[in-house]
Design a protein around this ligand. Sequence first.
Ligand code: ADP
Length: 521
Amino acid sequence: MSKRFIIKPWLIVGLLLVIPTSLFTAIELLTLNDQEEVIETIYTKQLESVLYSINQYTDDITNNWINQFYKEFHASDHQTTYEVPMNELAHVHSFILHPIDSTSLRFNNFIIKNDSLQQEIKTQLKTKQSDIQQLQRYIKSGYRKIIGIDLEYKQHLTMLVFITQEQNKPYLNLLLLDAQKFIGEALSPRIQMTAGDDLIIVVRHKKTNELIACSQLNDAPEEVVKEQAIWLLPDYNLGIQPKGISISELANNRATQNIGLLILVDLLLIGGAWLFYRNVNRELHLAKVKSDFVSNVSHEIRTPLALISMYAETLQLGRLKDESKRQKYYDIIYRETQRLSGIVNNILNFSRIESGRQKLSFSSIKINEIVDEVVSNYRYHFNEKGFEVTIKLNEALSPIRGDKQAITECLINLIDNAIKYSGQDKNIIVSSDSKGPYQYLEVADKGIGISAKEQKLIFDKFYRVTKGALAHHAKGSGLGLSIVMHLIKGHNGKIEVDSNEGQGSQFRLLLPIDNPTKKTT
Ligand code: ADP
């Protein structure tokens, strides 16, 4: 017969969950450095965009001022020339408005009293001629660009140059401002707000490295991660630096954190996969055990039924003249009926336990009496199978509270097992005694014994040891010991097993001497 290929549950779990996630984590670990670099780049880009936003803001407020100025200018008497006193230069609204000759860029009416300043402005404007022409082209297409020029005349004096169009005539506008004051008054609040708790933003003079503004009082960093010139104030640099830890540390932390999370998720997945595998395995095992149970029980029922029907038929035909033989047949029928009712009892007990309907009715019982009754009922059985049974009872035991029927069934199960699992050495000892707060019944045999590993499992429902020829051939449902365990627990008692493979077993049912009366379990 060809062996069918069955996909094992662990293979499914491995293929579907564990292998892909572990591979993914391995790849992530291998590419940790690349990831750090990517994170670092992204982060640096983000810092750049923060600086960009401050630059944008600088442009916006400057444009707003200019618009504001024009509003006021149109409301006034449309002078084309302003004289700006030098002591007002510090003020951001200081303006020189001047018409330009669009072709030659000659500056008429240039009223700045200070000659050297006037000279510097003129020189600067000349050198920037091509830029100014560009500004003119821009304004024609509706875009007012501003350029900033640092002046030597006075420290922090910056000239903003832009062109406006008045009645189709271009005007060159010069705005002189004190850059330090401008940054301090107009940009600082914004810088402060943008930096928040995580960043430090500084403004320094490009050439002198003089600190003009810093979002963090008294603690301006010397080194910054990213620098960007202020568009309107080209001699000033905006610098940005994350607070506390460096950007590569940050990237490293982030990458390690991600990997940590990934490993955690992997572990959870593996844990889940293991649980899933265990459950599937358990279900498969249970399914197998149940099907074994059905076939075992059917077999167990069929054998006595076949015997009963065979002997009953022979008797019914009335052909048996020999009275002793007839008696033997009756005995066999009786014995098989007993065996059948034992099996049916076990199944009924089990179903009652499973559905929670098992009831114990407690009364005063003497465990020695139970031993006597069960052993005498089994006497025929023992003799027939060649068993030597020794009974060792402690006659001094006083009555205890318990369910007689239940304890009887427990003892029958133990004796049944002792018979089933004995080989050549057919010796059974049934004893009773007391131990601490318990009285106990013990059934000892010299049979095949149970391995330490199996001892933990034999009380599970349907569990049967199938290793070894005798255990394999012995018939049973795997329910006996699980029922015994349940009934003994219902008495607040416990079961002890001493067993060695090949040497025999002892099962001890311990029942509390002082048992509170229990009605149900
Ligand atoms: P079963 O119907 O198979 O006897 P039980 O629940 O009574 O079911 O026992 C469970 C298993 O424990 C048995 O299949 C057997 O392997 C093992 N076992 C029980 N009693 C003994 C014993 N006295 N000696 C050896 N093995 C035993």
